[in-house]
Design a protein around this ligand. Structure first.
Ligand SMILES: Nc1ncnc2c1ncn2[C@@H]1O[C@H](COP(=O)(O)OP(=O)(O)OP(=O)(O)O)[C@@H](O)[C@H]1O
Ligand SMILES: [Mg+2]
Length: 218
């Protein structure tokens, strides 16, 4: 479904060049649950952003459903991201002034789809937030914010969900709940990629890859 071929990503930091990814090959199949582990600064978030076409590699190709995205115009990339990819960011990015309901529905605004109340309700029920829909994000616990961010990542019915530390900062009980949710989503056909520092969770995933110094190790 997503195929990375010899991906390199360099960042400029003043005069210094940071080689964040140094030739990564990786493919993700439909319905697969993949965990990405690795030390801080190894290139995990960079890799996830490239997988989700949020950022372009310096070198190499990203194929989405067999189509090379390298030369796609930004307008097509926007459409691809909207229709096929769901994101859960490392820092949630819930909008403080919006209710949980409106936060979950937010991506629909950009895809110009109608926010049907029943769809948002169904998603909220799936992540166990049906009783929190009228609350503001600040009134939620960390685990609830994380689940709201997951529901929002799913609202456009993506083919792949990319989650950056979806259990970061959560206790083991809440981490287990999030993991169970991601696993059931992948069992229902959603390709799911999660970055985690939690080696116990990673060990339970279908497949784990380690990223170290900008390279992927199986
Ligand atoms: N926009 C940027 N400009 C310059 N350097 C960057 C930028 N983004 C990331 N880097 C550098 O690229 C490398 C990889 O960063 P990345 O965020 O992918 O790591 P990570 O594995 O997600 O780390 P963490 O576990 O701390 O989230 C790091 O050395 C980082 O400092
Ligand atoms: Mg990161």
């Amino acid at each position: 479904m997503i195929e990375l071929k010899q991906i390199e990503k360099n960042y400029r930091r003043g005069a210094e060049e940071v080689r964040a990814l140094r030739g990564v090959d990786l493919s993700i199949a439909a319905g697969e649950l993949l965990a990405i582990i690795g030390p801080s600064g190894a290139g995990k978030t960079t890799l996830l952003h490239i997988l989700g076409c949020l950022d372009q590699p310096s070198k190499g190709d990203v194929l989405f459903d067999g189509v090379n995205t390298s030369n796609m115009p930004e307008s097509e990339l926007v459409q691809l991201r909207r229709e096929k990819i769901g994101f859960v960011f490392q820092q949630f990015y819930l909008i403080p002034g919006l209710s949980v309901f409106d936060n979950i529905a937010l991506p629909l605004l950009f895809s110009k789809k109608q926010a049907s109340r029943s769809k948002i309700l169904a998603l909220a029920e799936m992540v166990g937030l049906e009783h929190r829909l009228d609350h503001a994000p600040a009134q939620l616990s960390g685990g609830e914010m994380q689940r709201a961010a997951i529901a929002r990542g799913l609202v456009n019915d993506p083919e792949v969900l990319l989650a950056d530390e979806p259990t970061g900062n959560l206790d083991s009980e809440n981490s287990d709940k999030i993991y169970a949710l991601l696993r059931s989503l992948s069992q229902n056909g959603l390709a799911t990629v999660m970055i985690t520092h939690n080696t116990e969770l990673a060990a339970r995933a279908q497949r784990t890859v380690q990223i170290r110094d900008g390279l992927v190790h199986p």
